[in-house]
Design a protein around this ligand. Sequence first.
Ligand SMILES: Nc1ncnc2c1ncn2[C@@H]1O[C@H](COP(=O)(O)OP(=O)(O)OP(=O)(O)O)[C@@H](O)[C@H]1O
Ligand SMILES: [Mg+2]
Length: 380
Amino acid sequence: MWVGKQKKTVQGADFLYHFQLVRHNSQGNQRLVCSLAAKTSRAGSGLDNLQLERCELTTDSEIVPTIGTARFAKMEPVDLDIQFAPRWTDASGFEEVLRGGPSPHIGNHSTVYVRIPANCSLMTDACVRLLSLLNQLDHCTRRVVLSFEDGEAGTMGYLNRIRFFDHLSPSIEVLPIRPEFTPFHGKNPGLVEIERIDRITRDSCLLDRLTTAVRKACAQRKDVAELEGAAWTIFAELIDNVFSHSQTPLDGFAALQVYPKGNCLKIAVSDSGLGILETLRPSLRAGNSRLSELPGVDLIVEVFRQGLSRHGANRGCGLPGCASKAIKFGASLDLRLPTERVWLVPSEAQYRANKAYCFQNLPLIWGTHICFTLQLDNTS
Ligand SMILES: Nc1ncnc2c1ncn2[C@@H]1O[C@H](COP(=O)(O)OP(=O)(O)OP(=O)(O)O)[C@@H](O)[C@H]1O
Ligand SMILES: [Mg+2]
């Protein structure tokens, strides 16, 4: 709920209004969202007429790492409902849900409700994308409410075991009640916790934890050493890129999960930064590279195939290195950027533009979200 505290002072012929916007969460705690001053020359008009409950903080640009300028706009607050479907939901399913409505980042939504029904099982790639998006909306001062129809018994319990709620901004409301983390001592070795990529301090043990998790989850397989090696390269490169390029204003996330029934291992890394094309294209342009004019999907394929870097010709080995390890396991690659998504399937041991599925003008999500799905055959 938005509440405005208003103080009026007279300055010559002008009336100066000082606002403080605070937000109340369901526990009744207040958080200061912003302060601003506004001037009007006519008392009883303009700002005077605005009911603060009917105001919303808006910004000049949609991507707001920090809130710089703010202005009041007279808007009717509209709640946005994002309703998941009662089925297994991977990154594609997540995107489908999101495409079904207006962009939660844009527009005058005062509250974004995300509803997870009974029998909706979120897969790891969908989990990290959802986590990043919710934290982004919270960062933009939107009120976010995440509700679970079947409480701890269902997806909320699973998300708790993978530490989703430890990484979810504390001001996001969780219904029916935000769970306390309880360590999981079950028998599912494929269940692996989401790891935070702390954007300020590099955690030197993070990579070890992630690859140990792969070793444990795939311990029964003959190709466990190759899988561990592939996961090591992929996580190392993707996490390094988060630090080197993303400029993320929020922490990133890394996660993996083995799905024995689906014979696959998903490796996902997500940040809330600028996105690959935003960092790469300007430097290609500055170097007069004709590649800078390629459409997004072609440029992305080249990044993973031949290697391109914003740092010039001697760099750009990271993403092709990930691709070549992943392709050995027939991996598909799902890459989500702020408004585009590319899904690549390998063809003749390469990712190629003619085997790319491309989605444009998607609802905004900041950052780069990458998921490799490695195929695990039954014979190993
Ligand atoms: N998480 C990210 N956020 C924003 N841009 C990214 C991200 N990851 C990669 N990029 C962009 O994609 C380019 C290619 O990344 P890649 O890892 O292949 O090479 P590099 O990091 O530049 O060099 P190297 O990995 O060889 O040290 C980067 O130069 C950068 O412009
Ligand atoms: Mg790199």
